[in-house]
Design a binder for this molecule. Structure first.
Ligand code: RNT
Ligand code: ZN
Length: 408
């Protein structure tokens, strides 16, 4: 089947071997929080701040050891280059509050990442699920004590990120997302944003090694309970990032349903060295569904591949589903991302770009349709085989469910 596919793609000027070789080196940062419904290890409890995990599937990881075991199992069923994306709320054994977190609270994760053969660790300050989120506000709070607490938390996170980068010998992305916003019509949309700007300035005043740590800001148009206004909007963060030489993180569940992150990636690539992603799947008003091999995901992957931006676009996953087996959710989403990248790699983009430039939109449309029925599945299968995996991951997960998850 692979030989047949190889020939079929060759007719389009696509070398499947080149595609397979490239795919295994494109890093994908996998979020730890699918394993425990975004609860964390520092006592914050169920996710709050406009995000919510629904479902009560048995076997949620309840502590560090269980989470590590689940990550290890799930990651072993994922092909390609893997990174671990951690939230600060996954500090191990911390007895201090989040503003005082130190690298030592994350050493156990570094040990784990090394022993699991991961490429690097990425990091996120956790500014939700905590009693210092006052009236839904963090970095934009009018209460100076609250605002400072979260500024200090972010400063601490920059230090920890530098530690991760040094230990793993790989750049660490620090992604700042806040839940701040209002349920109903605000009386003042500007002042909270000015306070957020001030907070970010204070955070970035910390000395950190820009070669090791990349800071991103993640916007969101609304959340559960913050339907009318979010402080960290798209325009706010894009301007802040541009003026302060940091980068934007685009979460494709954070825009109006007819706005596409696939279109935003090239817009940002025209100005930025780095663009970070939270790949997720929005359904109506909600984001965070398990990533599937769907049209928008394919378009996102195309923008990364055809613009030669696999080193510029930092791919991270962000979804959480508690209604199905959590390991299956993890693997399904990661494999969908890999499939989309492979699909994008198996395309003669040069030829298609030329058709566009010649305004031959007729041929362009016909060719793009032809690609859809090429034997993609056979190349995917071959990729898995070379990664010592098979298409079936559920059998192993079911066994793990029976032996490990069900007895928790
Ligand atoms: C929330 C953001 C944010 C979180 C994670 C847990 O809408 O997408 O990135 O999902 O940090
Ligand atoms: Zn996100």
């Amino acid at each position: 089947m692979y030989d047949y596919a190889k020939k079929a793609y060759a007719e389009y000027g696509v070398d499947t071997e080149v595609a397979l070789a490239k795919l295994k080196d494109i890093p994908v940062s996998i979020h730890c929080w699918q394993g425990d419904d975004v609860i964390g290890l520092d006592g914050g409890g169920a996710a709050s701040g406009g995000i919510q995990t629904t479902g009560n599937y048995p076997g949620r990881a309840r502590n560090f050891d269980e989470l590590k075991a689940d990550i290890k199992k799930a990651f072993s069923l994922m092909p390609g280059t893997k990174r671990l994306n951690l939230h600060a709320s996954y500090a191990v054994g911390a007895t201090v509050d989040r503003d005082k977190y130190e690298p030592k609270h994350f050493k156990a994760w570094v040990d784990f990442a090394k022993e699991t053969g991961l490429q690097g660790i990425d990091f996120n300050p956790t500014m939700f699920s905590h009693d210092k989120v006052k009236d839904g506000l963090t970095l934009s709070s009018p209460d100076e004590n609250i605002r400072k607490f979260w500024v200090n938390h972010c400063k601490a996170c920059l230090k920890i990120a530098e530690y991760f980068a040094t230990e793993m010998n790989s750049q660490c992305l620090v992604n700042i997302w806040i839940p701040d916003g209002f349920k109903d019509v605000p009386a003042d949309r500007l002042t909270p944003r000015l306070r957020l700007k001030k907070s970010l300035d204070e955070i970035l005043s910390v000395k950190y090694d820009k070669k090791k740590v990349i800071v991103a800001v993640e916007s969101k148009v609304f959340g559960i309970g913050v339907e009318s206004y979010t402080v960290g909007s798209n325009e706010f963060y894009q301007n802040y990032a541009a003026k302060n030489d940091i980068c934007c993180l685009l979460d494709n569940g954070h825009y109006h349903p007819l706005e596409y992150v696939s279109d935003k990636i090239p817009a940002l690539l025209a100005f930025y060295d780095k663009v970070a992603l939270h790949v997720t799947r929005g359904v109506r008003w909600d984001s965070d569904h398990v990533v599937l091999f769907e049209d928008e995901l394919k378009e996102i992957a195309k923008e990364i591949v055809r613009n030669d931006a696999t080193e510029k676009v930092m791919i991270g996953l962000d979804y959480f589903d508690a209604s199905i087996n959590r390991l299956s959710a993890w693997v399904t989403g990661q494999r969908a991302m890999q499939k989309a990248l492979l699909y994008a790699l198996l395309c003669n983009h040069g030829e298609l770009k030329e058709l566009q430039d010649k305004s031959d939109f007729t041929t362009l449309m016909v060719k793009q349709e032809e690609y859809k029925t090429l034997p993609f599945g056979a190349v995917w299968k071959e990729y898995l085989k070379r990664e010592n995996l098979s298409e079936d991951y559920l059998t192993e997960i079911r066994e793990y469910e029976k032996e490990v998850l069900k007895v928790r």
